[in-house]
Write a protein that binds this ligand. Structure first.
Ligand code: HEM
Length: 355
């Protein structure tokens, strides 16, 4: 009798432990998934918030959904070795797969309506490492934090509160500067004429361990033809892809990679705050686009241009965006590559040029 009592109370304790552990695991999953805190920012919520009113374009990137692939090289001139031990900066020529793109989640957006253009790169290094980057042609980011980015998407989609955007702008004064840029900055006539900026800051480490916080840009090597909003509308709905295809077919197109080093006191965690123009800037190499490929069959289609894929010698900084972006890009990548029936593909062989 006494033996059975001991055994049933220890059975009860074991069962209680199992129930408690199961409850803790469920709570942990629920917390991670954001089910316990509907207002907390999660990568899933941030990607959902990017969806246009009619729903996402299945099979396509959940942001920057319009683009065109290219292949080429990065020609490192060796000067970057003064800032980072990354193999990228040893003198040499490294293969690149890239993508020119428009900052929109809506596949029906015309070129003249997409105020933000992007450049994405994957550079393969001889030791098997990679560098991936996704940059835009805006001189500063629209908002200071990933939470503010999410709040912006919510305000843009809010059709119930007529003052949602005004309220957002009042709470995020940095957004007004972006609005002024979007309204007044001239447009260029080509992806080849744009300057693409990392905006986020990263940490470069020299061979002796010295560290620098940097941002980088890819500056055009052709003189931009500046257009007004009225002039750009006359160019047609999708002139950018046709233009870059024609230019690259005619001759390789080039951009200079410039690395800018932060001074003490510069805001490294906030991409909405540009650094003063007199900061040390090093020309480290040249991106050369040599062949355009339509996205449906192009080499860039299946790449996640995750900005945290960095070779030794390059790392993230105190800027919270790259980690938030990495998590969101993974969700977008997983969704679009799983949407098999909608996934873009066509019968044009890779390498063939399609307008
Ligand atoms: C928290 C802020 C951000 C979020 C949530 C976000 C979200 C996304 C998502 C979901 C994609 C599609 C990724 C894929 O399917 O492969 C994307 C693409 C892209 N984003 Fe962001 N983004 C953010 C900030 C930025 C910033 C700061 C920049 C530039 C400095 C940027 C530039 C780009 C570019 C160029 C692409 C196209 C990448 C490609 O060609 O695959 N994004 N973004």
């Amino acid at each position: 009798m006494a033996g059975r009592q001991v055994s049933s109370s220890s059975d009860f304790r074991s069962l209680a432990v199992i129930v408690i552990v199961a409850a803790m695991l469920t709570a942990a999953f629920a917390y991670t998934g954001g089910w316990l805190s509907p207002r907390r920012l999660t990568p899933t919520r941030i990607v959902d918030s990017l969806s246009p009113a009619g729903g996402p374009a299945l099979g396509f990137r959940r942001n920057h959904a319009i683009g065109i692939c290219f292949t080429g090289t990065f020609e490192s001139n060796g000067s970057g070795a003064s800032l980072s031990k990354a193999e990228l900066f040893a003198p040499g020529v490294y293969p690149v797969t890239g993508r020119f793109n428009l900052g929109t989640s809506d596949r029906s957006t015309q070129d003249s309506m997409a105020r933000v253009r992007g450049l994405s790169l994957r550079v393969l290094l001889p030791d098997g490492r990679e560098w991936r980057a996704a940059m835009i042609d805006v001189p500063f980011f629209a908002v200071s934090t990933p939470d503010a980015f999410y709040a912006l998407q919510r305000a843009l989609a809010d059709k119930i509160h007529p003052h949602a955007m005004d309220d957002f702008a009042s709470a995020h004064p940095e957004f007004r500067r972006f609005g002024q840029w979007a309204s007044n900055a001239p447009w260029t006539a080509s992806y080849a004429e744009d300057r693409y900026n990392s905006l986020n800051s990263f940490t470069f480490t020299e061979a002796d361990g010295t560290q620098h916080v940097v941002r980088w840009s890819f500056a055009p090597t052709v003189v931009p033809q500046l257009l007004s909003a009225q002039q750009i509308q006359k160019r047609g709905p999708a002139f950018l892809n046709a233009d870059i295809t024609e230019r690259v077919t005619h001759a390789p197109q080039r951009w200079a990679m410039l690395v800018t080093v932060a001074d003490r006191g510069d805001s490294t965690a906030d991409p909405s705050k540009p650094w003063p123009a007199n900061r040390r800037t090093v020309f480290v190499g040249t991106l050369v686009a040599k062949e355009i490929q339509p996205e449906a069959n192009g080499a860039c289609r299946d790449i996640n241009f995750d900005p945290t894929v960095l070779p030794p010698g390059m790392g993230v900084s105190d800027d919270p965006f790259p980690a938030a972006r990495s998590a969101a890009y993974a969700i977008s990548y997983n969704r679009r590559t799983a949407e098999e029936n909608a996934y873009p593909r066509n019968s044009v062989p890779v390498g063939a040029v399609q307008p």
